[in-house]
Design a protein around this ligand. Structure first.
Ligand SMILES: *Cc1c(COP(=O)(O)O)cnc(C)c1O
Length: 383
């Protein structure tokens, strides 16, 4: 089955008793048993729920994984995965990381004795030098957030495997429509399904996809034991949303490319970060490991001024000033004070994340309206 077909059919079958084409939202906490421990495969909804299972089967199909495990949020998914580790274990993570991942690593897991190194993963040597005898995990985000740097997944997964470390890829930004890390050698993929997978800014959810039975069993144990499971309605929304993933992502990519080119040519715009631009340092790797370059564009104004950038963000009308990304609607955000505020300013600036950076999540609206909105906001801001 090809990807576009899988987004609709992978792991899906009509519901058994009624033939309903969409799985019902199973609002139940428990399941009747005929005799003690004689049941139809479901005992208690923290452990399994058929709406959740339908979503997990679909997500596994999209990431070419044997298994998927759904969680209440992307952060809950990361938390469960990190609990594979034990005190003394070491993780190498991308330095330009989602702010919430950085907070989880440094403020929850470091106090329990897990150690993290944050490295610039555009340099293979830099990563190679960061391995220690205790390194168990390589944590990759690509394209990175918010600077949209590209990390070579297959080169780094190979390096990690030679050190007997597992490679985890946070695939939230690309989505499986553009990048399938397991096919490039990664051991597990993490998603905030809140973003492109759900696609409509109406749910919070997460998932891990893997073909390793041991990693999957550990995740199932975590969901059953610590209970960060998604409710059936959120699973239904994710399942409904993901069916249009391929179409939505295609349009977002087209719109983002047009806007990136427009911004590059604008006299008041400074640095434009978009992996689809041939001048982007990761362009060639992106062209190899991604089907298209994604719907995210970051840029700064030529006048590197925080207040001016903030004024721009308040002047757009179609681009809504909000956190998050990957929905049908276009959003604009200020990483330094919003999604990445939990990263200290000094650490932010060392990776190149300046206070004047503007991030766009480009939606699927008509490109003429999006372009006009940016043009209008730039001219008001700089008047
Ligand atoms: C949003 C996001 C997360 C966290 O997901 P939630 O669903 O908000 O908990 C993790 N990684 C990336 C790259 C994200 O954008």
């Amino acid at each position: 089955m090809k990807f576009n077909t899988k987004t609709i059919h992978a792991g899906q079958k009509p519901e058994e008793t009624t033939g309903a084409v969409m799985p019902p939202v199973f609002f139940t906490s428990t399941y009747a048993q005929e005799a003690p421990n004689q049941h139809k495969g479901h005992e208690y909804a923290r452990v399994t729920n058929p709406t959740r299972t339908a979503l997990e089967n679909l997500l596994a199909g999209l990431e070419e994984a044997h298994h998927a495990c759904a969680f209440a949020s992307g952060c809950a998914a990361m938390d469960a995965l990190l609990k594979m580790l034990r005190p003394g274990d070491h993780v190498i993570a991308t330095n330009d990381l989602y702010g919430g991942s950085y907070r989880l690593f440094t403020q929850v897991f470091e106090p329990y004795g897990i150690r993290f190194s944050f490295v610039d993963m555009s340099s293979l040597d830099g990563v190679r030098n960061a391995f220690t005898p205790n390194t168990r995990m390589l944590w990759i985000e690509t394209p990175t957030n918010p600077l949209l740097n590209i990390v070579d997944i297959s080169a780094l997964a190979e390096e990690a495997a030679s050190h007997k470390a597992v490679t985890i890829v946070d695939n939230t930004f690309a989505s499986p429509a553009l990048q399938q890390p397991l096919l490039l050698g990664a051991d597990a993929v993490i998603h905030s399904t809140t973003k492109y997978i759900g696609g409509h800014s109406d749910l919070i959810g997460g998932a891990v996809c893997t073909s390793h039975d041991d990693i999957y069993e550990n995740l199932v144990f975590q969901t059953k034991t610590t209970g960060a499971v998604p409710g059936p309605m959120d699973c239904y929304l994710a399942l409904r949303g993901v069916k249009t993933l391929a179409l939505r992502v295609q349009r977002s990519c087209e719109n983002a490319r047009t806007l990136a080119e427009y911004l590059t040519g604008h006299p008041d715009v400074g640095d434009v970060r978009f992996p689809g631009l041939p001048t982007h340092p990761g362009h060639r790797i992106a062209a190899r490991q991604m089907k298209d370059f994604g719907g995210m564009v970051s840029f700064s104004l030529k006048k590197d001024d925080k207040q001016l950038a903030e004024r721009f963000m308040s002047n757009t009308r179609i681009f809504t000033l909000a956190e998050s990304l990957g929905g049908v609607e276009s959003l604009v955000s200020h990483p330094a004070s919003m999604t990445h505020a939990s990263i200290p300013k000094k650490v932010r600036e060392a990776t190149g994340l300046r206070d004047s950076l503007i991030r766009l999540s480009v939606g699927i609206e008509d490109i003429d309206d999006l372009k006009a909105d940016i043009k209008m906001a730039l001219s008001i801001t700089l008047a």
